[in-house]
Write a protein that binds this ligand. Structure first.
Ligand code: FAD
Length: 461
């Protein structure tokens, strides 16, 4: 067993939480090491954000080009998978380069706590002891597995669904959250007959129904059958298909497909051999680690970030918390503030939301105005043949300060950043309306929504 000299910050896990934490810690002059048991870049790079968005973009391009040429779906899908893997490799290589360049020690293996200041890194029978002054836990999450639907054979989690080598003829998705919708729609665009089962009354439950409307319409146009208020109960595996039994309105139904994809949420990697019980770190009932505004756990020199902490399981949340944790260790004045945290769904059309929704502003009793503008007559949207959707801004009625925004439409994922910046800076709808937006661009829709809100704020006409 070898022993590494004491380091100031040990980061466990190299996803968008861990690697950003390690980089920031090294930038702040601290001797930093990062441990990864699998591949640098974590879920986001290998089986999450990056591969899914690569395949979604390819599916969208395939779908757009279909009327103009007779592209072969199977060949396009194979190209999409190759393209995806190329991007994943580039990103993972990029994480390695950044860490090396910043002087971070990269340790391969699984970290297990021995005590509050010591961990052992296990790798292929070898052990390395490491002592540290501070630790940042960024061990991420994995798909929840339902007992009735164990992953294997014709039952897929998102990980397997991202790596199929052929387009399935048919696919049933259990769970209408963002991962189920994104992957379901991606396969539908390549020609798979997709059925989505959702327990609630609408898919994408976190978003307001009106906003989800255009996505549901497009899903229908893509040939997707959506069944809401449905509970998946059991599966029967056949030789070349799988039958899913579900109930809806007290009636029993079944649907047969080539694969079943289970996307019912994710589970934090806080169990297993990590040994949190050895250091007495308590977990919440959902297996999460409670943290304060500096991402500090109940043990003051141990921090936790990303999917193992409360809040949405998103890569940019993990990276944001990473910087706060590293800066807190360095003694800087810092704390998290989630008021401008964007949520994005890479559906077609895309959905994005930041800050308060209309309903939340109402619930908080804040007098507000709504400014709305549609993509329908925007020159750029017309040129892109992507005119579905709108932008809605929620602003304080008295001051005009932007409190929230929701977007459904093309490039919602990119446009939402301008609105997040507005919230972060305390900008008003007048600031947005008076900002010169280039023509013809999608950003002009933000300007128009802001102009619409300005007319409704106090003392304006
Ligand atoms: P992770 O990325 O999960 O990384 C944790 C790392 O820790 C892993 O590499 C793991 O091997 C390692 N590890 C765990 N335990 C140990 C140990 N004991 N020792 C050493 N290493 C360990 N988010 C978005 O913001 N946008 C998206 O578009 C998006 N799309 C997604 C699509 C899919 C299909 C999925 C599954 C997720 C998606 N997400 C998306 C969510 C995003 O991937 C996660 O929120 C993000 O990866 C969490 O980052 P993290 O750093 O907390 O952990």
């Amino acid at each position: 067993m070898s022993k590494l000299e004491s380091i100031e910050t040990l980061v466990i896990g190299s996803g968008p939480g861990g690697y950003v934490a390690a980089l920031r810690s090294a930038q702040l002059g601290m001797k930093t090491a990062i441990v990864e048991r699998s591949q640098l870049g974590g879920v986001c790079t290998h089986v999450g954000c990056i591969p899914s968005k690569a395949l979604i973009a390819e599916a969208h391009r395939y779908d757009l080009l279909r009327p103009f040429n007779h592209t072969n779906a199977a060949a396009s899908f194979k190209n999409a998978q190759d393209f995806k893997q190329g991007i994943v490799n580039k990103q993972s290589g990029g994480v390695h380069y950044l860490l090396k360049n910043a002087g971070v020690s990269i340790l391969e293996g699984e970290a297990r706590f021995v005590d509050e200041y010591t961990a052992i890194i296990h790798q292929s029978g070898q052990k390395q002891t490491i002592s540290f002054k501070n630790a940042i836990l960024a061990t991420g999450s994995r798909p929840i597995e339902l007992q009735a639907f164990p992953v294997g054979g014709r039952i897929l989690s998102s990980t397997e669904a991202l790596s199929l080598t052929e387009i399935p003829n048919s696919l049933v998705v259990i769970g209408g959250g963002y991962i189920g919708i994104e992957l379901g729609q991606m396969y539908a665009k390549f020609g798979t007959k997709v059925t989505i089962l959702e327990g609630g009354q609408q898919v994408l439950p976190g978003f307001e129904a009106e906003l989800v409307g255009p996505v549901v319409r497009q899903m229908k146009a893509d040939g997707i059958q959506t069944i809401t208020g449905a509970t998946a109960e059991k599966v029967m595996q056949n030789t070349d298909s799988i039958t899913l039994h579900y109930s809806q309105h007290q009636e029993q139904h079944q649907v047969t497909a080539e694969y079943v994809l289970v996307t019912v949420g994710r589970k934090p990697n806080t169990d297993g051999k990590l040994g949190l019980e050895r250091i007495g770190l308590p977990l919440t009932s959902r297996g999460m680690i409670a943290t304060d505004k500096q991402c500090r756990t109940a043990i003051p020199h141990i921090f936790a970030i990303g999917d193992i902490t409360a809040g949405p399981a998103l890569a940019h949340k993990a990276s944001y918390e990473a910087k706060v944790a590293a800066e807190a260790i360095a003694g800087l004045t810092t704390e998290v503030d989630y008021k401008a945290m964007p949520l994005v769904v890479f559906s077609n059309p895309e959905l994005a939301s930041v800050g308060l929704s209309e309903e939340e502003a109402q619930a908080q009793g804040i007098p507000f105005v709504i400014g709305k503008a549609s993509f329908g007559i925007n020159g750029r949207a017309l040129a892109l043949r992507e005119t579905e959707g709108y932008i809605k801004i929620v602003a304080n009625q008295a001051t005009g300060i932007v409190m929230g925004a929701q977007i459904v439409g093309v490039e919602a994922s990119t446009l939402v950043s301008e609105l997040a910046l507005a919230i972060e800076m305390g900008a008003t709808v007048e600031d947005l309306a008076l900002t010169i937006h280039p023509h013809p661009t999608l950003g002009e829709v933000i300007m128009e929504a802001a102009e619409n809100a300005v007319r409704k704020t106090a003392n304006r006409n």
